[in-house]
Design a protein around this ligand. Structure first.
Ligand code: GNR
Ligand code: NI
Length: 175
């Protein structure tokens, strides 16, 4: 397993539409998912899409366990999603590709998801609460959409400027 670099805005790869995994889940995909999980835990974050480490495949990892709970890694390959309600709720979201920016986003509170798991088995389940928020945030990454795309242009531009500035400072420190 290895920790990979997480892309941050304004990297254009974050706007790519990711491609489905064809021909089932292989050991190569599992190695990528292992790396993604390690990268996510190290960050730390609760979810990660493959494009965030530069791989444009429809693969997501997630772990919503609290610090006082056992880790519960989840893997989603080729996920499909269907909102189950028109009810929406706001949640203050963050993203490892937009570090240190947190803003409220409104999303449907419940959805049905269908995907292949780590072993390539088909799974169908209903996501609610934080699971619903996170899977919708991650599915957006597969379409090249970031949570800041739901904000006003002013807030979005400020968010990108903040990330760029932090990176300039980091580059200077390391110079
Ligand atoms: O770690 C993360 N936390 C988070 C908080 C609220 C809503 C969504 C998320 S996902 C994010 C990790 C990430 O960037 N996944 O793409
Ligand atoms: Ni994200």
């Amino acid at each position: 397993m290895a920790i990979r670099e997480i892309l941050t805005v304004p990297d254009p790869r974050l706007k790519e539409v990711s491609k489905p995994v064809e021909g089932g889940v292989t050991d190569e995909h599992r190695a990528l998912m292992d790396d993604m999980l390690e990268t996510m835990y190290d960050a730390p974050g609760i979810g990660l899409a493959a494009i965030q480490v530069g791989i444009p495949l429809r693969i997501i990892v997630m772990d919503l366990a609290r610090e006082d709970e056992e880790p519960l890694p989840r893997y989603f390959v080729n996920p499909k999603i269907l909102p189950l309600t028109e009810d929406k709720a706001p949640y203050e979201e963050g993203c490892l590709s937009v570090p240190d920016v947190f803003e409220e986003v409104e999303r449907p509170t419940e959805c049905r998801i269908k995907y292949l798991d780590y072993d390539g088995n088909e799974v169908e389940e209903v996501a609610t609460d934080l699971f619903a928020v996170c899977i919708q945030h991650e599915m957006d990454h597969l379409e090249g959409t970031l949570f800041i795309d739901y904000l006003s242009r002013l807030k979005r531009e400020r968010a990108v400027a903040k990330v760029k500035k932090a990176q300039r400072l980091k580059a200077k420190e390391n110079a």
